[in-house]
Structures are given as C-alpha cells and as structure tokens.
Design a protein around this ligand. Structure first.
Ligand SMILES: NC(=O)c1ccc[n+]([C@@H]2O[C@H](COP(=O)([O-])OP(=O)(O)OC[C@H]3O[C@@H](n4cnc5c(N)ncnc54)[C@H](OP(=O)(O)O)[C@@H]3O)[C@@H](O)[C@H]2O)c1
Length: 303
C-alpha cells in the first residue's frame, strides 16, 4: 500500500490516480472527508490528518510500502510566517515517517533546492530534503520545474486587459512543467525500482516537455485562445510586490515571492541535470493551454 500526502491537490491527485491505474492499493491523506470523497470513489482509502499532526500521520503511514511527501500548499497568501508553516509540516512528516518505519519515500522538491539561500519557499523544500535524507529509507527527491498551473493566475488579466503581466525576463528559458506530470512521475518512482537506498538519496530533476520563455508562452496562449493581440508585459520587481500587497498577500509571502523572481531572473535558481528521457515530461504548453487555461478563460467570460 502506498500513501499520498496532499492527495486532493494538483500533484497528489495525479499520484493517486496513477497508482490506482497500476493496480496498487492507495491511502489518500487530506484535511477533510468531503474533499477526500472523490478519491474514495476512485478506489483509494482515505485518512483525515492535518499535515502538522505527527500522530495522525504516523497512523496513516503505518504499513506503507512507500509515501509521497509534500509540503502543502504552494503558498498561504496571508501567512505571517510561511517558512514556519513549512518547517512545522516537515518536522511532523519526518517524525511520522520515522516512527512508522517507512522504507521508501518520494518527496516533492523544486529546482533551486540545491541553494542555501535566496530561493523563497524553496528553502522549505530544501529543509524537507535534508530531514528526509536522515531517515532509514530509500529517498527520492523530485526537483520539479516551474508549474504551468502558475499561469492560471494570469487568466483575469488576459481576459480583462489582453496582457500577461509578470516579473520574469521575457526571453529567459524556464522549465515549465504540468503538475499532473509531476504526480505521474512521483507514482512511477514510488512503485518502480529505485537507485536510492538508506543514506544514499536520489535527486531527480523534472523538466517539462521543452523549456519556454514567457514570450514563447504568451505566443502559445495567443494562438490557442485566438487572441493574436495578446502581449507580455514585464513588471518590475517593485510593481510586482506592490500588486501582491494590494491583493492582500502578507509582507512575509511577498518577500518570498520577490526572492523567487530574483533567483530565477539571475539564474541562481536553475536546472542542473541535462534534459534526458528521465528528466523530460510529456505535457506540452499547447496541451496545457488548450485543456486547462482555455476552459478557465472561458469561465471568466460573462455568459
Ligand atoms: N508552483 C510551482 O511552480 C512549484 C514548483 C516546484 C515545486 N512546487 C511545490 O509544490 C508543492 C505544491 O504542490 P501541489 O500544487 O500539488 O499542492 P496544492 O494543490 O497547492 O495543495 C495541496 C493540498 O494542500 C492542502 N491545503 C490547501 N490550503 C492549505 C493550508 N492553508 N494549509 C494546509 N494545507 C492546505 C489542500 O488539501 P486538503 O485541503 O485536502 O488538506 C490541497 O489539496 C509545494 O510544496 C510547492 O513548493 C511548486
């Protein structure tokens, strides 16, 4: 039996689906029975646990062949101290994995987790890597690239203003990846053979189908959504931070997001492993925009 944390989320749901498709028993963890119900309907067993509750997690992990561990969620916009939230989750997860004696662990980490500073919330994922490396388990860290789903934050701006506005350099290639592909890769690592062993963790970077700059992404959105006039507007970091604050994002989280922007634009956060069959994932930006971005854009339109 495999256990999936963050199971109702973007990567977690894909891990559950892929493991079930391969015929493995799955225990899905979430905070509420209501949001876990669709996973039970799909064939998983559900466990309700807060991600900081080490006793509930240890119970949910007991008897597991392997566990998918993630620090949930992506951001809490109004958090006064998001790194403290991340550390509390990492502490609870690693203590629960240890007390349940789990032998196989796949973590969701990120590009940039090799760096000791200046990467915003990725430092919390680096902490997850360090803590799980100390477990008596075969541990694989999946360092995922930049989620295509981050583009969904642009739907309103594309709809209202015909622009994609972000603080990233327009021509900088970035490893855009679909969250579903991250989840599928995690399921394969959990249930498949591994090069990792206790004391010798494995790091696998996950790139998308191809690297893309923001300008290239905007060209694809323009073509697929039938908006030939769509433009990319690069925000300064100051403009970006001011927008975040206006949207109610806390000073702490705004600072972390600014760190991410600097780290990516400067190349401090960069992919380190070459693009190979192991590191490449299948979903193209054209598929993502057609299957996910376009329906979200249509849902914005007045009917
Ligand atoms: N965005 C990127 O470009 C990127 C790149 C690399 C790595 N990552 C990492 O990917 C992870 C996010 O993965 P994901 O997209 O699969 O997760 P997600 O969909 O954002 O969230 C996963 C689950 O977190 C729970 N959740 C929501 N709000 C919460 C809160 N305030 N406190 C505690 N739990 C909450 C929800 O589950 P329940 O309500 O069922 O508990 C949700 O289904 C993060 O660790 C992020 O750093 C992101």
């Amino acid at each position: 039996m495999f256990v999936v944390t963050g199971a109702t989320g973007r990567t977690g749901r894909a891990v559950v689906d892929e493991l079930l498709r391969a015929g493995h028993p799955v225990r899905a963890i979430g905070r509420r029975p209501r949001t876990l119900a669709p996973l039970e309907a799909a064939g998983a067993r559900a466990s309700v646990a807060e991600p900081t509750d080490r006793d509930a997690l240890a119970e949910a992990f007991s008897g597991a062949e392997g566990v998918y561990v993630m620090v949930q969620p992506n951001y809490i916009p109004d958090s006064p101290d998001f790194p403290a939230h991340q550390r509390a989750i990492v502490d609870a997860m690693t203590e629960a994995l240890s007390s349940a004696g789990v032998g196989r662990v796949v973590t969701l980490s990120s590009w940039g987790a090799d760096k000791e500073h200046g990467t915003g919330p990725v430092l919390g994922l680096r902490h997850l890597e360090e803590r799980t490396n100390a477990l008596d388990a075969a541990v694989t860290h999946l360092r995922a690239g930049y989620f295509m789903e981050n583009l969904l934050g642009q739907v309103a701006s594309v709809h209202a203003g015909g622009v994609v506005a972000a603080p990233f350099a327009p021509d900088l290639p970035m490893p855009f990846i679909a969250a579903e592909d991250v989840g599928r890769a995690a399921a394969h690592r959990l249930a498949g053979a591994t090069a990792a062993s206790a004391g010798a963790p494995e790091v696998l970077e996950l790139h998308g189908e191809r690297d893309l700059s923001m300008s290239e992404v905007v060209d694809v959105i323009a073509a697929v959504t039938g908006r030939p006039g769509l433009r990319y507007v690069r925000r300064t970091v100051e403009e970006f931070a001011a927008e975040q604050r206006r949207a109610g994002v806390s000073e702490n989280v705004t600072g972390l997001m600014v760190d991410v922007v600097h780290a990516i634009n400067s190349g401090h956060t960069a992919t380190l492993q070459p693009r190979t069959r192991r590191t490449t994932t299948p979903t193209s930006i054209e598929s993502f925009v057609g299957d996910t971005f376009l329906p979200a854009l249509r849902a914005e339109q007045p009917r």
